[in-house]
Design a protein around this ligand. Sequence first.
Ligand SMILES: [Zn+2]
Length: 171
Amino acid sequence: MDPLKEHTIPFTGLKDGSHAFTFQLGADFFAAVGDEAFEGGEVDVQVRLDKTSTMLVTNIHVEGPVRVHCDHCDALMDLVLKGDQRQIFQLHGDPDQDDDELVTLDPAAHSINLTHYIYECLRLALPARKVHPAGQCDPEVEKVLGNLTVEQEHAPDPRWDALKQLKTKRP
Ligand SMILES: [Zn+2]
C-alpha cells in the first residue's frame, strides 16, 4: 500500500504537547489500500498526537460507513465502523525492541505517515462476520440459499455453484 501524502505529519516543527489532526477517507484511500474487503466508504479519522522529546504517541479514531460485501448474499452493504488504535513512535531507541504498537523512527526522520496505521485501525474494526440485518439480503440469492444456513463460510458449498449460475444469467 502506498502511503498517502495527506497522512504525512511533519513533527520536527511541532511543539511538545497535544496536537489534533482530522482526515477523511474516501475513494482515493480505498483505491490505495487495494483491499478486496472494502468497496469504498466515507470515514472520518481523528488523530491525537502527543509529542514529547523522546516519542510521539498517536491515538487514531476511525468512524463512518464502509461499503462491504455481505457474507451471506454477497450484495453490497454499508456498515458503520468505529475503532481506536494507539501507535507509538520512538524518536531515539533500539529498533530491536519494536513491537506492534511501538516503532522506532530513523534518527533522520522528520515526519511520520499514518496511512498504514489508519488502515490497520479500520481493518481491526471490521467484524468477523458482515451480514445484512435480517430480511435485507438479496431476495434472489435468499431463494437459492433456501432456508439453510451456511455453517462454515470457507467450506466449499455446492449451493454457491447454483448461485453463480443465477448471477451469470442476470442481464
Ligand atoms: Zn446479505
